[in-house]
Design a protein around this ligand. Structure first.
Ligand code: PAD
Ligand code: ZN
Ligand code: ZN
Length: 376
């Protein structure tokens, strides 16, 4: 290809400083270095975590930055040492790597690869440099994905090669929202047939948890959200009941306890507030209920619980990206989608040209969208 080894100029959405809306700019994207891949992003979803970058919720993130981590694209070129993919392959950037070699990757118990970007208190590539420049300034990466740029550079441990027939405008949701929620139910909670579940927060992640609970055979799936507009889709996807905490005087955990006897078998928090995390924990059945934390509270937030509530048998756990070892799991999930075993299309409420990224954020923040997919 004519672009191999050269700097590519393309459009990207740059967040110049925390609190500022992303602005569409022309960026220069340097060629991939050792064990890196340059990808043409075709489609990208907007996840709440991207909104947290816009709002400046992550103290470790440097600005100016290119956010975005729910994308899908085609390999443009590969750096030295890359054997996993070749130009033309369809891929999904992974917001969490799977190096396959660290002690966590070798353990079946966790997906927390130790080569993660989280181990470095900076948002640059693994060699601590950036591939992006704009108006002469270095621009920072985000999660090693930065899918809000038409071309981006990603370490080869952070990509999954997928079916060459996969529709990229749909499967981009496998980059975050869907596997995060679905895996929280299937892998982390291991929901059992006949069990009762409560899902706090019915955004893209919460709805995917509902799909996971339904697939696992849960008999009661109770959706909890203050935005009742989310109830229709939640019911469509498998929620048996939906309730709003604002309709009750007593705490929502007491309401759930009354509805189910002594609390639900599994509770999930997909909002990212410590008060709803505490409520989800207290909604669990005394003695054996399991609460899974999925939402991402602001940095520095602390959760307060009474030790007895754990000692008496309730469990409190959490997961990143649904606990999947992503490089192994995402290609299989995409195949399941191609074979119509799972349906993620229902989560896509809006499709916008990339230039309308700001509208996409507004739709998310006003509660009007589940997922907006941006097309380059
Ligand atoms: P979203 O904003 O689309 O959904 C959140 C939902 O919560 C909305 O429907 C709100 O109406 C609802 N809500 C807000 N406040 C309350 C409240 N007090 N009580 C009840 N409902 C409320 O976000 P999302 O689905 O994209 O993401 C959900 C969270 O998951 C968010 O914190 C995000 O950062 C986190 C996340 N975690 C991971 C992970 O790997 N753990 C991955 C992706 C996203
Ligand atoms: Zn996300
Ligand atoms: Zn690893």
């Amino acid at each position: 290809m004519a672009t191999v080894g050269k700097v590519i100029k393309c459009k990207a959405a740059i967040i110049w400083e925390a609190g500022k809306a992303p602005s569409i700019e022309e960026v220069e994207v340097a060629p991939p270095r050792s064990h890196e891949v340059r990808v043409k992003i075709v489609a990208t979803g907007i996840c709440r975590t991207d909104d947290h970058v816009v709002k400046g919720f992550f103290p470790d993130i440097n600005y100016p930055v290119i956010a975005g981590h729910e994308g899908a694209g085609i390999v443009e070129s590969v750096g030295p040492g890359v054997t996993y993919v070749k130009p033309g392959d369809k891929i999904i950037p992974l917001s969490f790597p799977q190096c396959g070699e660290c002690t966590c990757c070798l353990s079946p118990k966790t997906n927390f690869c130790l080569k993660t970007h989280m181990k470095h208190p900076q948002n640059l590539m693994p060699d601590k440099t950036s591939r992006f420049t704009c108006r002469g300034k270095q621009i920072y990466h985000f999660l090693w994905t930065s899918t809000f740029s038409e071309y981006t550079v990603i370490p080869d441990i952070s990509i999954a090669k997928i079916d060459k027939n996969a529709p990229l405008d749909k499967v981009c949701l496998f980059g975050c929202g869907f596997p995060t929620g679905y895996g929280a139910a299937i892998n982390t909670a291991k929901v059992e047939p006949g069990s009762s579940c409560a899902i706090f927060g019915l955004g893209g992640v919460g709805l995917s948890i509902i799909m996971g609970c339904k697939t696992a055979g849960a008999s009661r799936i109770i959706g909890v959200d203050i935005n009742k507009d989310k109830f229709t889709k939640a019911r469509e996807l498998g929620a048996t009941e939906c309730i709003s905490p604002e309709d009750f005087k007593k705490p929502i955990n007491e309401v759930l306890a009354e509805m189910t006897g002594l609390g639900v078998d599994y509770a999930f928090e997909a909002i990212g507030h410590t008060d709803t995390e505490a409520a989800a924990f207290l909604s669990c059945h005394l003695g054996h209920g399991v609460c899974v934390l999925v939402g991402d509270p602001p940095a520095g937030a602390k959760l307060s619980i009474i030790p007895f509530q754990l000692m008496s048998g309730r469990k409190l756990i959490g997961c990143f990206l649904g606990g999947w070892k992503l490089r192994d799991a995402i290609p299989k999930l995409v195949s399941d989608y191609m074979e119509k075993k799972i349906n993620i299309d229902v989560l896509i409420t809006h499709v916008l040209p990339f230039e309308k990224i700001d509208e996409g954020f507004q739709l998310l923040c006003s509660g009007k969208s589940i997922r907006s997919v941006l097309l380059y």
